[in-house]
Write a protein that binds this ligand. Sequence first.
Ligand SMILES: Cc1cc2nc3c(=O)[nH]c(=O)nc-3n(C[C@H](O)[C@H](O)[C@H](O)COP(=O)(O)OP(=O)(O)OC[C@H]3O[C@@H](n4cnc5c(N)ncnc54)[C@H](O)[C@@H]3O)c2cc1C
Length: 391
Amino acid sequence: MDFSDSPIDAAFRQEVRDFIARELPDDFRAAADVVLGVGIGEDERERDWLRTLAKRGWVAPAWPKEYGGAGLGVMQQFVFNEEMARAMAPRPNFLPIGLAGPTIIVHGTEDQKREHLSGILSGETFWCQGFSEPGSGSDLASLQTRAVADGDDFVINGQKIWTSGAHRAQRMMLLARTDADAPKHKGISYFLLDMKSPGVTVRPLTNLADTPSFNEVFFDNVRVPKQDLLGELNRGWYVATTTLDFERSGIINGVSLQQLVRQIADVARNGRRRDAGWPSVRYEIVERAIEAEVAIMMSYRVVIMQANGVIPNQEASITKLFASELAQRIARTAVKTIGLFGQLTEGSPRAPLDGKFDAWYRIAVGSTIAGGTSEIQRGVIAQRGLGLPRG
Ligand SMILES: Cc1cc2nc3c(=O)[nH]c(=O)nc-3n(C[C@H](O)[C@H](O)[C@H](O)COP(=O)(O)OP(=O)(O)OC[C@H]3O[C@@H](n4cnc5c(N)ncnc54)[C@H](O)[C@@H]3O)c2cc1C
């Protein structure tokens, strides 16, 4: 197996490295965002970084050039993502850039593309994903939020839950049932909801790390204009699978996990922990380093399939499952490495890396649930990968 870049990809890798060395200030590196899932675009410094990336189309390198992206092929997107992760460069927020924008590019009308894409690229419009409901997560197609046609609008009633970023979003990718009598996958439509519409109520849910992350969202006779329907009426499930494919393939980057392990090793090398537990900690760090290499190999497999025009299926599930469970193991190793200091939170003067280990530990719990649980991924691997009968 030859892992070296082609001459074109090698030149591109160097271009990205030079760009990062020149443009990214050392003190502006978001080491933890692979676990914390924090995107950027909220303060002026982050917007500056977005503007710097935007000059080259690198806010959304995968988007076609005509929509403000860089139109990179699969291999160069991979090289770009690897180098950004290696440099711990802050990433534009995944929800608008990685999910909403690409779904609108695939399924939107020209008017919808004109209306929404530029605000996503500039960081002015933040999007949330209104898919899950209290009774519909893994079995998403059973969702019950209703949309009823009324004149030029649809009228929405119902509730979403676990909606990441809804408290700061201007728009929502919303799934609602438009035909209650059709089979469950065939009566759903996909809307681009304006979060300021009267009747939308957002109630924050505090996550384990005490950060405002996800929310409950309630709809009480919310009117959505018909031009905000994305794709065809009652065919929203097929639009949603586009969003879910982008989500599954973009969730965790192996190189980012490797950077976390390196940070743990740095802290361990310079720390004072040499008690009876130290030998087992050393071994754990080594295990995590090897596993991070494995995660990188898995993502190579997926990207090489994509570059050859093959759509990864159980391979994407394997990668998501392994990387998300590894993120949790890395978080546990991080906390174990520094012993009781691992419980110190952000702001404490004795907390290594300003309490990030504690935050990773608590936030990583959600990584095996978000974007499809580990059990669901195992089901995909069992049936589609190994041909096993249903459980
Ligand atoms: C950090 C985080 C962020 C999230 N952000 C968003 C968001 O922005 N937008 C959004 O719409 N949703 C979001 N979610 C919700 C997420 O998509 C759901 O939590 C997930 O799909 C699981 O659904 P559920 O919580 O309803 O659990 P359920 O589907 O009720 O599952 C409960 C348990 O049963 C198991 N189970 C269910 N079905 C099967 C099966 N067929 N075989 C084996 N086991 C099964 C599951 O694995 C799980 O252990 C987020 C979740 C988290 C943790």
